[in-house]
Design a binder for this molecule. Structure first.
Ligand code: 9MG
Length: 271
């Protein structure tokens, strides 16, 4: 298998398909399997390098869903997409990842960075799949309750370095792994923008970086609405381009066509 940066060269767009009823960012538009499948196929046609399918909401305040419910949501979508496009499975559960990989998923996107389910590391190692390790402070239910850091970029980098070492020690090839600062996962608006401004601190770990700023509440809050739960497309595109220009490889986004176009322009200026 190719190293992740060859399989998904800069800039690659990862389309988001939340098979959940309660996402702030897309209002549950893909909760029915046929809608999730149609969205994924449209994103591929619009230029997504990979589509991230998830059945558990990770928005601030959300609780966990059972294994059975998560499988019930994502498996029908994955069955119908198998063989049609590159798939990432957004899960922290080993059994969901196992089933998704058997249906052809090539990347496991684990927002817990292998801390959620002790069996997941072996599932990824044995499958040879790509892996995204994301930083999160706390858990989705409570993570936005007064997050504090002395130096957010250094602390996020130290965490990711430790999780990368854990993954490699357990047999996952380093060349298959990308790292993610976890925009919005236990961070204030200022923390999120500082992480993009100082992306070089994460890049120094030597792995490709994935950034997901699309539609996140920090964008709406920066623009003047302190109660925003989401952010507009214009701001999402600016954040993706800023992240790309500072070295990000994969940009996770809901509006694939617009992100592909904006990043193509950015790449023509700054390859
Ligand atoms: C599932 N999910 C929601 N936001 C995300 C982000 O910013 N990065 C990754 N890897 N996954 C995310």
């Amino acid at each position: 298998m190719k190293p992740i940066e060859q399989r998904f060269p800069r800039p690659s767009v990862m389309g988001v398909v939340n098979v959940t009823p309660d996402s702030f960012s897309d209002g549950g538009v893909n909760f029915r399997a046929e809608d999730g499948v149609a969205s994924a196929l449209r994103m591929r046609a619009e230029g997504a390098a990979i589509v991230d399918v998830g059945g558990e909401s990770t928005r601030p305040g959300s609780g966990a869903v059972s294994l059975e419910e998560e499988l019930r949501r994502v498996i029908p979508v994955l069955e119908r997409l198998a063989g049609h496009l590159p798939i990432s499975i957004d899960t922290a559960k080993a059994e969901v990842a196992r089933r998704a990989l058997s249906l052809g998923a090539e990347l496991v996107n684990d927002v817990t960075a292998l801390r959620g389910d002790p069996e997941l590391v072996d599932v990824v190692a044995e499958s040879g799949a790509y892996l995204c390790l994301m930083h999160m402070r706390g858990e989705p239910r409570t993570m936005q309750a007064n997050p504090q850091y002395d130096d957010v970029a250094s602390e996020v980098a130290a965490f990711l370095e430790q999780r990368l070492a854990f993954a490699v020690e357990h047999g996952i090839a380093e060349e298959r792994i990308c790292l993610d600062p976890g925009i919005g996962f236990g961070k204030t608006v200022e923390h999120n923008f500082e992480l993009i401004a100082r992306l070089d601190v994460l890049l120094a770990l030597g792995r490709p970086v994935l950034v997901g700023f699309s539609r996140k509440s920090s964008l709406g809050r920066l623009l003047g609405d302190p109660g925003a739960t989401t952010g507009p497309l214009s701001a999402s595109l600016a954040a993706a381009v800023a992240a790309y220009e500072r070295g990000a490889t994969i940009l996770r986004a809901h509006d694939v066509k617009e992100h592909v176009e904006a990043l193509a322009v950015a790449a023509a200026v700054t390859p």
